[in-house]
Design a protein around this ligand. Structure first.
Ligand code: PYC
Length: 310
């Protein structure tokens, strides 16, 4: 299996160029469902240790159904197939540029959540224009064991998020362990209290917000992903959900730009324009760097060829 690894603000992406089982040619959402149900062992083996690493997101390149797209892509982490992935799309665009498959400028990419565009002014900087994002519930209070009442908004940005501002714990790198535990407890409370997305979808990402000490930075976030790893980047789909919330509550005007820091201090620039059905079209700018190119080998004699914990 031929892969290229990059990171976006510290968050790794492994692009699979070839060697993965063929998922056919239907709609990307159907191919993503097939990946989730029929190829779970195969995709997890790509990102689990010892071959992969904690927090790694895989990006399986597939033929697009829309010929105006440079590629189709299906993202996953060790726990779930994702509808979209912002840091992964920034990493994918930098990877395609590195390979000479795309040039600088604007390109369309098909994902299970819809078509997104990427714009590259240089080899490492990518602006993603995401799918329409929206807030569906505000000031939802949960009773979270060990934390007490936690209030947040439910929003969609290509994945489903519960966004808590202010966080119940200070959003600082020395609290990553405690923030992870709080995020897991909050996600479990959402499921227990039957709070889901617009059609009852699982809310599998939780974001906590706190102030940033850096000048000109709107806030610092901590993003818990479905695999219980925290996003090293500010999380593109999470920032899309956040933009939908800020726009809906009148806290950020159309076209106004803010800077979002991740828990480790990596940066995205964010803004929005109105979407066709009342949500927002997010714009997310970040940087990605290509780190490695490899052939993954799956030796039948290797007891851990499917990954640790498979
Ligand atoms: O950047 O959208 C994102 C993302 C989702 C999960 C990890 N990163």
């Amino acid at each position: 299996m031929h892969v290229i690894d990059s990171h976006t603000g510290g968050e790794p992406t492994r692009v699979i160029l070839d060697g993965f089982p063929d998922l056919g040619s239907g709609p990307l959402s159907a191919r993503a469902a097939l990946l989730a149900t029929e190829y779970r062992e195969d995709y997890r083996a790509v990102v689990l240790e010892p071959r992969g690493q904690v927090a790694m997101v895989g990006a399986l390149l597939v033929p697009p159904t829309d010929p105006t797209c440079v590629t189709g892509v299906i993202y996953f982490d060790v726990e779930a197939v994702l509808g979209m992935c912002g840091h992964g799309t920034i990493g994918l665009a930098a990877t395609l540029y590195h390979m000479g498959r795309i040039g600088l400028g604007r390109h369309r990419i098909e994902t299970p959540a819809g078509i997104v565009t990427v714009e590259l002014p240089d080899a490492n900087t990518v602006t993603v224009t995401n799918i329409e994002s929206r807030r569906i519930a505000t000031d939802v209070t949960l009773d979270v064991p060990g934390l007490g009442p936690v209030t947040g908004d439910v929003a969609y940005g290509g994945n489903w998020f519960f966004l808590v501002d202010p966080a119940p714990i200070q959003v600082a790198p020395e609290n990553i362990r405690a923030l992870t535990d709080a995020g897991v407890a909050t996600r479990e409370a959402l499921a227990d209290q039957k709070i889901g997305g617009a059609a009852g979808e699982l809310i599998d990402h939780v974001i906590f917000y706190g102030p940033s000490q850096a000048e000109g930075v709107h806030s610092r976030n901590f993003v818990l992903c479905p695999d219980d790893a925290y996003d090293r980047s500010p999380c593109g789909t999470g920032c899309s959900a956040r933009l939908a919330c800020l726009a809906a509550s009148g806290k950020l005007a159309e076209g106004e730009e803010i800077v979002q820091h991740s828990i480790i201090g990596s940066t995205y620039r964010l803004s929005w324009t109105p979407g066709p059905t009342g949500g927002v079209i997010p714009s997310i700018t970040g940087q990605a760097y290509v780190m490695a190119e490899a052939q993954l080998l799956f030796d039948q004699a290797d007891p851990f060829r499917r990954g640790i914990g498979s």
